[in-house]
Ligand binder design. Structure first.
Ligand code: 4AZ
Length: 286
């Protein structure tokens, strides 16, 4: 009788694949089953089978990688009472763009930290002198706000610079790959911010497809754009809100909402900056 010994060896792919090219296998667990058997001549026969199964734990932003110095000089942390709350993007020496839902009732508790990859480490901090929330913000729609800082931001260095804005009505085509960054949760169920800025690429999802996906949560309007993979696994999450999603060096969206994070069939939703280009100019002069 052959003796069969099975060794089940598991390892989480997300711990070994942390570059963009391999992200299609992040969020999977590889299980290798090693079978040792004895044949009648007392020789050991070795076979192995490997299978991959999905798991729901995205390793980074959700399914992303560490952002590198100099790649996101427009990225700032919007702080409430000195604690990271949201992302924000520098659009001029005085103004940042963020989400309306990132603005507290008491504007005096707001500050901004820029020029650092680590939200908890000193960068350049700024006081907030003025906040303009979109007056049609209803909790989901028109989720956009302007934040003015009291001192000029010294722009034009690798760590600190503004990001360009798209033209009015710019609406990226479905499939266009965008890049979202932030210090938000790496796992929706583990409510811990990422110390280091993270980045992930996600394609634009057709607005009608997205509206059907999110039908049970909220309407998807012309003020929004959606991005994500149908299989999930790569997304923005809580703490990334208000931060940038960019394409070709332009700020095309602001992290806004979603059904949890990284779930299959639930793309992330962003305020579409192209809808608000004229509003930004009217309110800030930028
Ligand atoms: C949030 O709670 C949040 N997956 C932000 C983005 C997304 C979900 C939730 C998108 O701020």
């Amino acid at each position: 009788m052959p003796i069969i010994l099975s060794i089940i060896h598991q390892f989480n792919c997300s711990t070994i694949n942390t570059n963009n090219k391999n992200n299609h296998v992040a969020n999977t667990t590889i299980i290798t089953i090693i079978n040792l058997s004895n044949n009648n001549n007392n020789n050991t026969i070795y076979t192995n089978t490997t299978t991959t199964v999905p798991n729901n734990k995205g390793p980074l932003i959700i399914g992303g990688t560490e952002a590198q110095a100099g790649d996101n000089p427009h990225q700032c942390s919007l702080r409430w009472d000195g604690q990271h709350k949201c992302g924000a993007s520098i659009i001029s020496a005085n103004w940042l763009l963020t989400a309306a839902h990132c603005i507290p009732g008491d504007h005096d508790i707001l500050s901004v930290r820029c020029a650092t990859l680590f939200y908890g480490e000193p960068g350049l901090d700024f006081k907030v002198s003025q906040v303009i929330e979109h007056d049609q913000f209803d909790g989901f729609d028109y989720d956009i706000a302007l934040v003015k800082v009291s001192d000029d931001i010294p722009l034009g260095t690798p760590d600190l610079d503004k990001i360009g804005l798209p033209d009015q009505d710019m609406d990226p085509d479905p499939g266009t790959v965008l890049t979202v960054t932030g210090w938000g949760y790496r796992d929706y169920k583990v409510e811990v911010l990422s110390d280091r800025l993270m980045t992930v690429d996600v394609p634009v999802v057709d607005r009608q497809v997205c509206a059907d996906d999110l039908l049970d949560i909220h309407e998807v309007t012309d003020r929004m754009l959606c991005a994500g993979y149908d299989e999930g696994g790569r997304d923005a999450c809580q703490g990334d809100s208000g931060g940038p999603i960019k394409h070709d060096g332009l700020l095309v969206g602001v992290v806004s909402w979603g059904k949890d994070c990284g779930l299959p069939h639930y793309p992330g939703v962003y305020a579409r900056v192209g809808y608000f280009r004229d509003w930004i100019r009217d309110k800030s002069g930028v």
